[in-house]
Design a protein around this ligand. Structure first.
Ligand code: NAD
Ligand code: IPM
Ligand code: MN
Length: 347
């Protein structure tokens, strides 16, 4: 029997509850199939940092490299560890080290979920560049603490990086409704974003079967609210994609529904699956985190591993659950109630 090794990193806050829920569903999905899942848990988190002085061990990346996939909850506990330390110590280095350059984030309404918009039948696939751009980490501060202080944060866009994420988006569009929206801010940012627009135009000539439109990020933000049904695949830089996908989460009913996959397309390293949301310190001890985003992310993991049938079963169980109204409205149901209903629907 095939067996997949999965690294589990629950992280902080509601990362624990939603990862537990997703793992229960994965184990149940594996039970009725011809594959096995072997999970190994890693306590890497802000609590781990407070004990050891690091978010993960020095050989953490090498340890993860041996797994078939990574399932992550959420990282960050800003009351105790600065976000700039925790995220640059765990989540961001994994994305970069494993060249998980394509961050796929689907936005659509699950059955039974109202969402805040009049539009009900949108199906957007955001493809976020995940390894460079505004998250390059290049920069610095001079004259710190003085009246002359200057802070510089440099965005780095490489032809290789921009071309590969756009190409990934075009391929996704080909398997969907053949529409691609490329998002920049080239009216204000005259180097990187003009460069991105040029590469979009070059690839558009190669993918003539895909309808391509370039949007500015501000106009795209409005379009996602006013006319989300007009969008299919949306490709954006690291920061723009980050912001658009919380907006995408909002229009699909909330952060508890937004799933994501950090994909290493050439499969030279494990891909990582995690909800779009964070550790939600405001509700972390209340037992009301919606586990659907994490469970949907787990379904994306099964699909990536080649277990499409099991992935479809998990999605069907999520949809049957929200269609009954369970987990469909923010804060209404407890994490365990939603998880139990999804497990029952899987049977
Ligand atoms: P957040 O996503 O944790 O929370 C934003 C709001 O959404 C909160 O009101 C929260 O209660 C709600 N929410 C989030 N997930 C929910 C769920 N599953 N069910 C119900 N409600 C949910 O964003 P934040 O408050 O800006 O960040 C908190 C911490 O998480 C910070 O340390 C931040 O850096 C980190 N963070 C981590 C990740 C990640 O690991 N991928 C993503 C985003 C934020
Ligand atoms: C996300 C998160 C992260 C990001 C943060 C926590 C660094 O917001 O996965 O969307 O910006 O990528
Ligand atoms: Mn985000």
């Amino acid at each position: 029997m095939k067996s997949y090794s999965i690294a589990l990193i629950p992280g902080d806050g509601i990362g624990h509850a939603v990862t537990d829920a997703a793992w229960q569903v994965l184990e149940a999905a594996a039970k009725g199939s011809d594959f096995a899942l072997e999970g190994k848990r890693f306590p890497w988190s802000c609590a781990y940092y407070k004990q050891t002085g690091a978010m993960m061990p020095a050989d953490g990346i090498e340890t993860l490299r041996g797994f078939d996939a990574i399932l992550l909850g959420a990282v960050g506990w800003p009351a105790e560890v600065p976000d700039s330390v925790s995220l640059h110590g765990l989540l961001l280095p994994i994305r970069k080290a494993f060249v998980q350059y394509a961050n796929i984030r689907p936005h659509r309404l699950l059955p039974g979920v109202e969402g805040p918009l009049k539009a009900k039948s949108f199906d957007i696939l955001c493809i976020r560049e995940n390894t460079e751009g505004e998250y390059s980490g290049a920069g610095g501060r001079v004259h710190q603490g003085t009246g002359d202080e200057v802070a510089v944060e440099t965005s780095i866009f490489t032809r290789k990086g921009v071309e590969r994420i756009l190409r990934f988006g075009f391929e996704q569009a080909r398997s969907r409704r053949r529409k691609l929206a490329s998002v920049t801010k080239s009216n204000a940012q005259k180097y990187s974003m003009v460069f991105w627009d040029e590469i979009t135009a070059q690839l558009a000539a190669e993918y003539q079967d895909v309808e391509v439109v370039s949007y500015h990020i501000d106009a795209m933000a409005a379009r996602m609210v006013m006319a989300p049904e007009s969008l299919d695949v949306v490709v954006a830089s690291n920061l723009f994609g980050d912001i658009l996908t919380d907006l995408g989460a909002a229009i699909q009913g909330g952060l508890g529904f937004a799933a994501s996959a950090n994909i290493t397309p050439d499969r030279s390293a494990p891909s990582m699956f995690e909800p779009v949301h964070g550790s939600a310190p405001d509700i972390a001890h209340l037992g009301i985190a919606n586990p659907i985003a994490a469970i949907w992310s787990a379904a994306m993991m099964l699909d990536h591993l080649g277990e499409g049938a099991a992935a479809a079963k998990v999605m069907a169980a999520i949809e049957a659950t929200t269609a009954r109204g369970i987990g469909a409205a923010p804060g209404k149901d407890r994490t365990e109630t939603i998880t139990a209903a999804i497990l029952a629907a899987l049977e």
